[in-house]
Design a protein around this ligand. Structure first.
Ligand code: A3P
Length: 322
């Protein structure tokens, strides 16, 4: 009931109010630290509520990522892999033609409050940015599959920086922060769902311990051999391509459908927007360049060095190189 919900939300807000708060505060958002990670307050409220209330099904597949690491692309690919026998041969009825990929695969902690009915999808594919240890226990305790995508840290930061600036301009919430200041937050780990490196390492560890449960992939690998990784993804998701499908070009078709140029040229992704309760997001802001190494156009050598140093410390010992 409405009252029970209100009481629940009050409970989570009370828990949140006892947590470390970002200091000095973010200019527009309330940011709190939970389980070692930094969350936007309303995202954290949803995360806590999901922990208590969300029931994962054993057949579910979760697409997990930090923001700006290729989530939109992975959603489009996973959706296409799972639904490939549902649409007409020429693909003209494919929902990806008139819906942003984020509508085809909902994000747990974002859609939970904004549009709870989104979670009643027929397709057992859902997404989340929540760190591994903060996933709802029903996901952690079940055998459902997880696909994690990560990206070179400098490119991830730069992608986020452009996205955030665009959001700020569109919705008149300019923070006036410089690249240096924002990079410092990323570096210190106080960016959304940060520290970025720890987010990656938690999922990487799980994928090493239980490769049948967690498939770990990088944006760079996916870019360099999309066909090969789409086949691997399909196998992992339990929907391998048959020899006949491969011969008929089914994999190529999916790769083409999910190409950044194809998707970003669709009307829905040019002019549509995503209406969440707390904020709006233009669909176009999910598609920018989609290139590897674009950090060179924003960061100085010294800035790059400061990020590379952490990457070396945190990623090299576990064999993760970009
Ligand atoms: P850039 O800002 O570097 O261009 P997310 O989907 O996690 O928010 O990540 C967004 C990044 O993925 C952006 O990177 C965006 O351009 C890129 N991207 C979006 N759709 C893509 C696609 N279909 N193929 C490749 N990259 C894509």
């Amino acid at each position: 009931s409405e009252n029970a919900n209100e009481a629940m939300n009050k409970k989570y807000r009370e828990i949140i109010s006892t947590l470390p708060k970002l200091d000095p505060p973010h200019p527009t958002y309330e940011i709190y630290q939970y389980n070692g990670f930094w969350f936007h307050s309303s995202i954290l409220e949803a995360t806590l509520s999901l922990s208590d209330n969300f029931k994962a099904q054993p057949s579910d597949i979760y697409l997990c990522s930090s923001p700006k690491t290729g989530t939109t692309w992975l959603k489009a690919l996973a959706f296409s892999i799972m639904t490939r026998d549902r649409f007409s041969d020429d693909d003209s009825t494919n929902p990806l033609l008139n819906q942003v990929p984020h509508n085809c695969v909902p994000t747990l902690e974002v859609d939970f409050y904004a549009n709870p009915s989104f979670l009643d999808t027929e397709l057992p594919v859902l997404a989340t940015h929540v760190p591994y240890a903060c996933l709802p226990p029903s996901i952690l305790e079940s055998d459902c599959k997880i696909i994690y995508i990560c990206r070179e840290p400098k490119d991830t930061f730069v992608s986020w920086w452009h996205y955030d600036k665009k959001q700020q301009q569109t919705f008149g919430i300019e923070t006036g922060t410089t690249v240096e200041q924002d990079l410092k937050s990323f570096h210190n780990g106080t960016s959304m769902y940060g520290p970025y490196w720890d987010h990656v390492l938690e999922y990487l560890k799980e994928s090493v311990d239980r490769p049948e449960r967690v498939f770990f992939l990088t944006y760079e690998d996916l870019k360099s051999d999309t066909l090969c990784y789409v086949k691997k993804l399909a196998e992992f998701m339990g929907k391998p391509f048959t020899e006949e499908e491969v011969n008929q070009g089914a994999v190529e078709k999916i790769v083409a459908r999910c190409n950044i140029k194809t998707l970003s040229n669709l009307e829905v992704n040019k002019s549509g927007y995503f209406d969440l309760k707390q904020w709006k997001i233009n669909n176009s802001s999910f598609f920018r360049k989609g290139e590897v190494g674009d950090w060179k156009n924003l960061l100085t050598k010294d800035m790059a060095k400061s990020i590379d140093q952490i990457t070396q410390e945190k990623f090299h010992p576990v064999g993760l190189k970009f």
